[in-house]
Design a protein around this ligand. Structure first.
Ligand SMILES: *[C@@H]1O[C@H](CO)[C@@H](O)[C@H](O)[C@H]1NC(C)=O
Length: 279
């Protein structure tokens, strides 16, 4: 029963889900990285004598509202509140009058970018190595910004923050080894106990569901139609069928469709086609 409800819920919500969700399916492998939500901060210092350059990332993966507003920081020195990943470049020079100067504020992953700009790819054959999240962000200073977030499946690492790998030519690379990057279907404690079939539907599961839904719909349509015709018009025999004239046409229509289809196939397969055998 619960499985059916889950299926129904995912079907009904399918057209509504437009934003990245932390409970996701990548190439039909289910992941749930929601434990990685919450504000995370990581930075990387690079000596750039006579100063030190710092690249700082603030990130909130799962909250659709992003990292929110930071108190005590001027608006121009922080990303818009609905940013999931924000990169700030700072320049430190202890002797300067402004020793910690913010030189760039770059929204890497605005929460409202279209879904097709977020790519989630399982790593390893069955996703057992983790999940790659790649985001194509907006332009900043004429350079397209990207995020390369590598979530490594590890049962032993529990770092509260990702590691800053690099920021070069618009690409922010972060790496995070965590048990939450492991696929959900395998030996994960929080997976539903109904076994692997219950946890992910996949493409064929969806097709199967639609198929059965249409069958049930057809049966209901005829049952209600026959009942209605019987009650309303005291119809008998073939007259009971709802939209009888249409259904009488269906075999002819199908025949037409298939003969066209096959004619097209024969025509395009070349060689023996009726059109190409002129010579
Ligand atoms: C993304 O980052 C990982 C290291 O975390 C690196 O191995 C990989 O090459 C990067 N991908 C791209 C497209 O730069």
């Amino acid at each position: 029963m619960r499985r059916t409800t889950n299926l129904l819920a995912s079907i009904l919500l399918l057209p509504l889900v437009t934003a990245f969700s932390c409970s996701l399916t990548a190439s039909s492998i289910p992941y749930d990285i929601s434990p990685l939500s919450g504000l995370r901060e990581v930075s990387k210092d690079t000596p750039t004598p006579p100063t030190t350059s710092e690249a700082k990332v603030r990130m909130e993966l799962c909250n659709p509202e992003g990292i929110g507003k930071q108190d005590g920081v001027a608006d121009e020195d922080q990303c818009p509140p609905n940013t999931r990943v924000c990169l700030t470049l700072l320049n430190h020079k202890p002797s300067a009058s402004d020793p910690d100067r913010i030189t760039a504020v770059i929204p890497i992953w605005p929460a409202d970018i279209p879904d097709q700009d977020v790519f989630t790819t399982p790593m390893g054959k069955k996703g057992e190595q983790g999940l790659k999240v790649y985001v194509q962000g907006a332009d900043y200073a004429g350079v397209q910004q990207h995020l390369n977030l590598t979530l490594l499946c590890s049962q032993t690492d529990t770092a509260p923050n990702p590691t800053f790998v690099s920021y070069t030519s618009g690409l922010v690379s972060l790496e995070w080894a965590t048990p939450d990057a492991c696929p959900r279907s395998a030996d994960s404690p929080s997976a539903p106990s109904e076994g692997s079939s219950g946890s992910g539907m996949g493409f064929w599961g969806f097709i199967k569901f639609v198929f059965w839904l249409s069958i049930i719909g057809l049966i209901a349509y005829f049952a209600i139609g026959i009942f209605y015709n019987h009650q309303q018009y005291s119809a008998k025999g073939w007259d009971l069928i709802p939209h009888r004239d249409f259904w009488r046409e269906v075999p002819v229509l199908l025949q037409d469709l298939f003969s066209h289809l096959f004619a097209g196939l024969r025509g395009s397969s070349g060689g023996r086609g009726g059109y190409s055998s002129l010579g």
